[in-house]
Design a protein around this ligand. Structure first.
Ligand code: MGD
Ligand code: MGD
Ligand code: SF4
Ligand code: MO
Length: 731
């Protein structure tokens, strides 16, 4: 028996796990009480990693299509098949004819976080898609416009704030997002215990809302009116007080003008929140010694997602809560680059546009909502081949019935995934990464959002099987194929080349603290590590806490983390303005031009306040993660979470009974869902979780098939997008 310590790779909370192992079997998974960030906290999904590791449906060898079915293949055979499938499309139709989509689990996988970029680069296609455009892209766009960088995203300083206002997030269930803070319930209880206030703005009385001091049941998608009403009040009542930020911001006067029409009395009927409540909320945020306003999915996946996300930080800035302890701050993760501001290139979108609907690229991506257009519409650059990595867009993205049909029409598709699911069933080849416990782990994408600066590395718990490639090796193999080097080319040599390029660039880049070492010294000091470990070591050593290859002898390297299986606490979040600011002016741009232009759309949609029938919102469930973990017997137990929640008065009016069935129809589709009547939801709103609908033919997920649920994304409309962040609408 031995015990291994590992960070849970499922949600953004990054809990430490204590995993007891006998031989190659997992005996037990518990919370690691010594983990520096999670202190033993755990949710039901952590222990389910044992079932994931043992799931008989989890693929361990590549599958290639064989007639109407599948056959297991050697890695060599499978990769040759990929080359024969993608090569001719690229050759005859050009790079844009092959697209790529990656999903959320990429954000929880070290290999993918470091190596997927090489696949994208080798592909060289405009058709780059990910789950980001049905997730956080509006927030990143707003931050890009405000701070000049889409990765400068402030997080609420939960543990030190006096007032936390949460809009459109349910962290007690989701575990928190763009805010890595394991044990949300404990942290929010601590806020209340120290006399702080928790306000939750959500059309649904969620678990988080139930533990709040105040729940504001806003009308879905109308948060920008509520927030503008607050901004208006801040100006009207002279509550604008940015403090030390004052010298680092542009656009306060423009903002005052923009907010002028949105008095609380004007916006109240639009957002469904009374004017005096809006005024009081503004005063409370302004007057709290330290306050943090935080918004997530419910403020992103909406028609005005970018404007809403912008307004949230506008309030943090105007009240002097940005970049101060107890407000919202920018984390400084150990592997990130040194800050060189104020000033930089700024945030640019639209460097290319989608072929069919002319959407601008944002952050190097096009909106997943338009992939079906690109597959269906004839012409030069039409997508005929697709690579998917760790995602299930057939269940998770908008108008998914249409996408499902579009994927079926492709000439060739390859998926990197360990399940034969609703999406990968369209592939010709499925390349399974090793079991998560056979991979190493470090949360490259999540520590930049952690409420304390934290670093934790987990080595693989089990060895790879003979001839079993690691996730990074699979990705490099794909990069070689896409780059025309062939399935048999040496990916380890490519890894060495890529590292050499990175080192070469690093010694010339002042964002890397290389301690004046030259390239060959650095190579020597990186020793005989390979793959993601070698790159991670380089990033840690040249980062803000790094050993700078000896210049800072007490500093961090991967070795430091290897010696600390419970992770390293690097302290509370610290102020970083102005160094973090990357706008060309070197100032925070409170009133960026693209936002001002888009406000005419908000204005135009204003009288539509009383327009709608019933609005659909999403929700999450503690035992599930988007479309997956549904094939594990443990999480599958109990009452099925895929129900349509509806207010008793709406149910009565529509003749619906609890436990009965409702037909839900939207502009694009229709589903039949089990009804759950509850007064926890606002009248005129229904909620249905996403990620379900496991009854499609041709999958190999026996447990999920037994409790399929319905796919809420059959209802979401791919024609209604936030034009700034090209985010697709879910509510
Ligand atoms: N209606 C509605 N739709 C939504 C949302 C909503 O709130 N409402 N939320 C959206 C959000 S925020 C997101 S992030 C998306 C998620 O959308 P996706 O990312 O497309 O879906 P997931 O279910 O997260 O992806 C799971 C797939 O990844 C595979 N996988 C898991 N781990 C690994 C790994 O380590 N390596 C590899 N190669 N594969 C792995 C699993 O086997 C599974 O097939 O859904 C979006 N869809
Ligand atoms: N257990 C579990 N945890 C997860 C996931 C999961 O699927 N299951 N998914 C992970 C992923 S990929 C992500 S991105 C995060 C998301 O994390 P969260 O953002 O916390 O996601 P949700 O729990 O869906 O909470 C969104 C809330 O927004 C509300 N809402 C909907 N529309 C509006 C609106 O217009 N205005 C306002 N103010 N509120 C609105 C909904 O009622 C809901 O309560 O969770 C992550 N964690
Ligand atoms: S909250 Fe659950 S799923 Fe998220 S990291 Fe912790 S144990 Fe894993
Ligand atoms: Mo997400």
């Amino acid at each position: 028996m031995r015990v291994a310590f590992r960070t849970c790779p499922i949600c953004e909370a990054t809990c430490g796990l204590e995993i007891t192992v006998r031989g190659d079997r997992v005996v037990r998974i518990a919370g690691d009480p010594e983990d520096v960030l999670s202190r033993g906290h755990l949710c039901p999904k952590g222990p389910a990693l044992k079932e994931l590791h043992e799931d008989p449906d989890r693929l361990e060898r590549p599958l290639v299509r064989h007639g109407d079915g599948w056959k297991e293949a050697s890695w060599e055979e499978a990769l040759v098949r990929v080359e024969r499938g993608l090569g001719p499309i690229l050759e005859s139709r050009g790079r844009d004819a092959v697209g790529i989509y990656w999903g959320n689990p990429i954000a929880h996988n070290l290999s993918a976080a470091l190596y997927l970029r090489y696949v994208v680069k080798a592909l060289g296609s405009k058709n780059v898609y990910s789950a980001s455009t049905v997730d956080q892209m509006p927030k990143q766009t707003a931050c890009g416009l405000l701070f000049g960088s889409a990765t400068a995203v402030p997080v609420p300083d939960l543990d030190r704030t006096d007032l936390l206002m949460i809009l459109g997030a349910n962290p007690l269930v989701s575990g928190g997002s763009l805010c890595t803070a394991p044990d949300m319930a404990g942290r929010l209880k601590a806020l209340r215990d120290r006399g702080g206030k928790l306000i939750v703005v959500d059309p649904v009385r969620t678990r988080t809302a139930k533990m709040a001091n105040e729940h504001v049941a806003v009308r879905p998608a109308k948060d920008p009116y509520l927030l503008f009403g607050m901004v208006h009040t801040l100006f009207e009542e002279s509550l604008v007080s940015p403090g030390r930020l004052a010298e680092h911001i542009n656009g306060v006067d423009t903002l005052r003008d923009l907010a002028r029409p949105y008095s609380p009395e004007v916006v109240a009927p639009a957002c469904g929140v009374e004017a005096d409540v809006i005024r009081r909320l503004a005063r409370e945020v302004a007057n709290a010694p330290k306050a943090a306003v935080y918004g997530r999915i419910g403020t992103c996946t909406v028609e005005f997602g970018t404007i809403t996300s912008w307004l949230i930080d506008v309030i943090n800035i105007l009240t002097g809560n940005l970049d101060r302890a107890g407000g919202v701050l920018f984390p400084e993760a150990a592997h990130t680059r040194l800050k060189t501001g104020p000033g930089g290139k700024g945030f640019v979108t639209g460097r290319w546009r989608s072929r069919v609907r002319s959407f601008p690229e944002v952050n190097g991506e096009l909106p997943i909502a338009t992939l079906a257009d690109e597959i269906e519409t004839p012409g030069d650059g039409r997508v005929r081949g697709l690579i998917t990595v760790a995602g299930n867009p057939v269940l998770t993205t908008v108008n998914s019935h249409r996408l499902d049909a579009a994927l079926a029409s492709l000439d060739f598709m390859v998926s990197v995934d360990f399940y034969l699911n609703e999406t990968t069933r369209h592939a010709e080849v499925i390349l399974p990464p090793p079991s998560i416990l056979r991979q190493s782990h470090y949360d490259l994408f999540l520590y930049p959002f952690a409420v304390r600066n934290t670093a934790n590395y987990s080595p693989p718990m089990f060895q790879l099987g003979p001839d079993e490639p690691d996730m990074w090796e699979i990705l490099l193999k794909l990069a070689l194929i896409l780059g025309g080097k062939g399935a048999g080319a040496d990916h380890r040599a490519l890894d060495d080349d890529l590292l050499a390029q990175t080192v070469k660039a690093a010694v010339k880049d002042r964002r890397f603290n290389t301690g004046e070492r030259n390239e060959s010294e650095i190579h020597e000091m990186l020793g005989n590590r390979r793959g993601p470990e070698r790159t991670l070591d380089l990033m840690l050593r040249t980062g803000p806490y790094g050993d700078a290859f000896g210049a800072n002898p007490d500093g961090l390297s991967l070795k430091t983390l290897e010696d600390r299986p419970h992770g390293m606490d690097l302290g509370p979040l610290r102020p970083s303005v102005p160094q973090i600011i990357q706008t060309p002016s070197g100032k925070i741009e409170l009133a960026p031009r693209p936002i001002i232009e888009d406000l005419t759309r908000l204005e135009a949609s204003f009288p539509a306040a009383a327009e709608e029938g019933i609005l659909l919102v999403g929700r999450r469930n503690l035992r599930s993660m988007n479309s997956w973990l549904h094939n594990l017997p443990g999480p599958a137990k109990g009452k099925h979470p895929c129900t349509l929640r509806i207010h008793p008065r709406d149910a009565g009016r529509l003749g619906l009974e609890d436990g009965g069935e409702a037909k839900v129809t939207s502009s694009v589709g229709s589903v039949r869902a089990r009804v759950e009547i509850t007064d926890d939801i606002r009248m005129g709103v229904v909620s249905l979780p996403h990620g379900w609908g496991h009854d499609l033919p041709g999958t190999r997920c026996a447990v999920a098939r037994k409790h399929p649920g319905v796919n809420s994304n059959i209802l979401t409309d791919d024609q209604r997008l936030d034009p700034l962040a090209v985010w697709a609408l879910h509510t």
